[in-house]
Design a protein around this ligand. Structure first.
Ligand SMILES: *[C@@H]1O[C@H](CO)[C@@H](O)[C@H](O)[C@H]1NC(C)=O
Ligand SMILES: *[C@@H]1O[C@H](CO)[C@@H](O)[C@H](O)[C@H]1NC(C)=O
Length: 210
């Protein structure tokens, strides 16, 4: 090979290298988009966030609800906006992940202590007899291996910026399970705003605790 041929070889090799580098960089990463808070910053694991309804006149911040004077507490909302509520902490199912991403399984735990001995982790509860909707309560799943009832997903709402829906559909915790998935909304019972699947949907925003 003369020196011209050699240079051409180096030239095409570096061209191939360049193409490879560009395609690698341009490829969409396998990780879904981060969930953004109301200020547009990615949600982080282990940080406290308040959950607010995205639309006004839909109740207030997410909080713990004493449904009927006995433990455990249920997940619900303050009656009106402007009240404190309790912040939550998100923990991704995928270990070592520090960013909260769309449509990934995660645990949601209220950063609060209650008089109930149960944990303040969100848990899919029983079906409300009257409405037929599945309520979201607090407590730990009975299953150590497949704690599917404790895992939720945050999915982008169809409209609006930094607005999301909360779903129960723990396909990462159990890829072989068949779930009746559902999206969370408000269910008003005796004047208390409870969070429930299988009905109206409540779009939400996440506000990092100052
Ligand atoms: C409260 O609700 C739970 C769940 O529906 C039920 O098991 C319990 O008996 C109720 N307690 C009272 C005091 O009504
Ligand atoms: C909302 O109002 C109802 C009815 O007055 C009350 O029972 C309930 O505790 C209130 N909810 C909160 C979170 O304070």
């Amino acid at each position: 090979m003369n020196s011209f041929g050699f240079m051409r070889l180096i030239g095409s090799l570096s061209f191939i290298w360049l193409v490879l580098a560009i395609t690698t960089a341009a490829q969409p990463s396998s990780s879904p988009a981060p969930v953004l808070d109301s200020a547009g910053s990615p949600l982080e694991a282990g940080v406290e966030y308040y959950i607010n309804p995205a639309i006004t006149d839909n109740g207030g911040r997410f909080t713990l609800i004493d449904r009927n004077g006995s433990c455990p507490y249920y997940v619900g909302q303050e009656n009106v906006s402007g009240l404190e509520g309790y912040p939550v902490i998100f923990t991704p199912f995928v270990e070592g992940e520090t960013v909260i991403r769309e449509s990934r399984d995660l645990k949601v735990v209220f950063s609060a202590s209650t008089t109930c001995v149960q944990s303040t982790a969100w848990k899919l509860g029983e079906r409300d007899a009257e409405s037929g909707r599945r309520l979201i309560m607090t407590g730990e799943s009975q299953s150590q291996q497949r704690p599917t009832s404790n895992y939720f997903k945050i999915v982008k709402a169809q409209v609006g910026e930094n607005i999301y829906n909360i779903e129960w559909c723990p396909t990462e915790v159990c890829p072989t399970c068949r779930f009746i998935c559902g999206t969370a909304g408000a269910l008003v019972e005796n004047g208390k705003r409870l969070l429930a699947l299988d009905g109206s949907v409540l779009p939400v925003m996440f506000e990092r605790r100052a």
